[in-house]
Structures are given as structure tokens and as C-alpha cells.
Design a binder for this molecule. Structure first.
Ligand SMILES: NC(=O)c1ccc[n+]([C@@H]2O[C@H](COP(=O)([O-])OP(=O)(O)OC[C@H]3O[C@@H](n4cnc5c(N)ncnc54)[C@H](OP(=O)(O)O)[C@@H]3O)[C@@H](O)[C@H]2O)c1
Length: 280
């Protein structure tokens, strides 16, 4: 497994297992993913889409003298009120924002059966830049309190918004987790900024939003030349381009294929050929 070290000095596996939408299968799938070799897990304190306690139970079942908490990279999210099912908000929605964030983090630590998070992500910017900054300051205090090792932001598709946060933040974002798709030109400008600022860019919707890429003649021909699947070619291209992809596969065979991407490397000319498929 290749590892990426963030600007905050946190080691993160080169591909992460995502736990959204798994409901009652979460615990089992997390156990399977760890057994297959995943060491990085993405979740969220957002019961609408994630069973965070199921993630914690799955991980607890995997720990042993040879696989300790320190061997895992655990990342979760604070979801603002607007992102929740109103009937299942895991904190008091009427409390001040800083208290919502502290409470959500406490719930995550309890759910994940741990005393620290490797990364806590703000699930989306808030309504105004001032509100986002207020949320960020509350997240920073959790780093100060050693509950969280590093911070991230998600669903931020406006470069200016990310730049403003980076300028104003005392603790800079270490991670940006975004949808990877053609509608945003694959976040090209944002990814260049992330590279410059040493922010790790994580992709989701990588396969599901890109059937036209997976079916493209160039990708198909690389898949046959490297004897890999189109999904493996796209994931490997991303990891060789500074991106940490998320995969939420339910299939053991796909889990193995996703981890096996580190068993081969695209030649630089082939990596650039994929760049061109994505319109670079
Ligand atoms: N920050 C956010 O707002 C946000 C939003 C969405 C997702 N996420 C995170 O990203 C994770 C991944 O979600 P996603 O939306 O990218 O999609 P995903 O849940 O990973 O779904 C990928 C789809 O592609 C299929 N697939 C085919 N070949 C595959 C292969 N080799 N490897 C993996 N999948 C393959 C999967 O089917 P099989 O199951 O049959 O393999 C599945 O239907 C989530 O679990 C969550 O942690 C975050």
C-alpha cells in the first residue's frame, strides 16, 4: 500500500475505503475491507448516509496485537444542520455552531471507539465565508485539544472559497474531498492550488460519475495493455497524479482490484494520455 504524508505530517493510505450507504452491512463490509488490506477509512457523523457506529464496531473486531489503532487512518466529518435528516441530527441543532461541532466530534469518537481522529472534515462550506470560518475555528480547537490530528474540507468547488479559508485559517486544511467529474472540469484549478499548498485532494464519484472515461478507447486500450480493468487504470492514474481516491465497493473482488493498483505503474506517457482523456 502506498502512503501519502500530509503537510500536517499525517500518513494516509493512497486509497481509502468509503462507508456511505452501507446501512446494516457497514460493520461486515468494514471488516472485509480491513481483512483485504484497506488501512484508511472514510465515514461521517451523518446518520442519513452513514452508520458510523457500524464502522467503529467493524474496526474494533479487526484490532489485534498485530493490527493496532495506530496502523489505521480514520477520517470522519462534521455535517452542518442542512445536510442532515431533521429527525436524526447527532447533536443539538439549536446549540451554537462551536458546540454542535464539539458534540459531533464527541459522538464520532464514541462511535469509532477511539480517542483521536486522524482527520475531521467539514462536510461542506456553510452559507457564508464568515460562518465557514467560525466552523473552522471550532474545528481548530479540537486539534488543539488533541482529539483530531488534521482538518479537511469537502464539497468546495469554488477556488476563491478555498483560498479565503487557507488565508484565514490558523490550522490550514490538510485535505480536500471532492466529487471528481467533468462538470467541474475535474477540479483542475482547485487541484493545482491543492498541490501548491500541499493539501491532499481526495476524490469521490470517481467511477460512478465517469462511465464515459471508463469506456473511452484510450482507457480500454491501456486496460488491455496493462492487463488491468478500466477502473484500475483510472484509480492508478489518479494516485500517480497526486490524488487519493475513495472506493466504497461492496464487492470483495473489487476491493482486491482497488488495492492491487499499487502493484503496477503507468508509464508517464500513458499517464499523460489519461490526462488528455480528461480534457487536459
Ligand atoms: N464528501 C462527500 O460529500 C461524499 C459524497 C459521496 C461519497 N463520499 C465518500 O466516498 C465514498 C465512495 O463513494 P462513491 O460515490 O465514489 O462511490 P462508490 O460507493 O465507491 O461506488 C462505486 C460504484 O462503482 C462500482 N464499481 C465497479 N467496479 C469497481 C471497482 N473496481 N472498484 C470500486 N467500485 C467499483 C461499485 O459497485 P460494487 O459495489 O459492485 O463494486 C459501485 O456501484 C463513499 O463511501 C463516501 O465515503 C463522500
Amino acid at each position: 500500500m502506498s502512503v501519502v504524508t500530509s503537510a500536517a505530517g499525517v500518513r494516509m493510505p493512497g486509497i481509502l475505503y468509503g462507508t456511505a450507504w452501507k446501512k446494516g452491512d457497514t460493520e461486515r463490509l468494514v471488516r472485509t475491507a480491513v481483512a483485504q488490506g484497506f488501512r484508511g477509512i472514510d465515514t461521517a457523523c451523518q446518520p442519513r448516509h452513514y452508520d458510523e457506529a457500524g464502522v467503529g464496531a467493524g474496526l474494533a473486531a479487526c484490532l489485534s496485537p498485530t493490527l493496532t489503532r495506530a496502523d489505521l487512518y480514520l477520517q470522519t466529518k462534521f455535517t452542518p444542520v442542512s445536510g442532515h435528516d431533521p429527525a436524526r441530527i447527532p447533536y443539538d441543532p439549536d446549540a451554537p455552531l462551536a458546540e454542535q461541532i464539539a458534540e459531533s466530534c464527541a459522538v464520532s469518537l464514541r462511535n469509532l471507539e477511539t480517542d483521536y481522529l486522524d482527520c475531521l472534515i467539514l462536510h461542506s462550506p456553510l452559507g457564508t465565508e464568515q460562518q465557514t470560518l467560525r466552523a473552522w475555528q471550532a474545528l481548530e480547537s479540537l486539534v488543539d485539544a488533541r482529539r483530531v490530528r488534521q482538518l479537511g474540507l469537502s464539497n468546495c468547488y469554488r477556488l476563491g472559497e478555498l483560498e479565503t479559508l487557507c488565508r484565514a485559517a490558523r490550522i490550514k486544511p490538510a485535505v480536500l474531498q471532492n466529487r471528481f467529474y467533468a462538470d467541474t472540469d475535474y477540479d483542475r484549478g482547485i487541484r493545482a492550488f491543492c498541490a501548491q499548498e500541499r493539501i491532499v485532494y481526495q476524490s469521490f464519484w470517481t467511477l460512478s460519475a465517469n462511465p464515459q472515461v471508463l469506456g473511452h478507447a484510450v482507457i480500454q486500450s491501456l486496460a488491455s495493455r496493462y492487463a488491468r480493468t478500466p477502473a484500475q487504470i483510472l484509480f492508478r492514474y489518479l494516485t500517480q497524479s497526486g490524488v487519493v481516491p475513495l472506493t466504497g465497493t461492496r464487492s470483495e473482488a473489487h476491493m482486491r482490484e482497488d488495492l492491487e493498483i499499487f502493484g503496477f505503474a503507468l508509464a508517464e506517457s500513458d499517464r499523460r494520455a489519461v490526462d488528455r482523456v480528461l480534457g487536459a
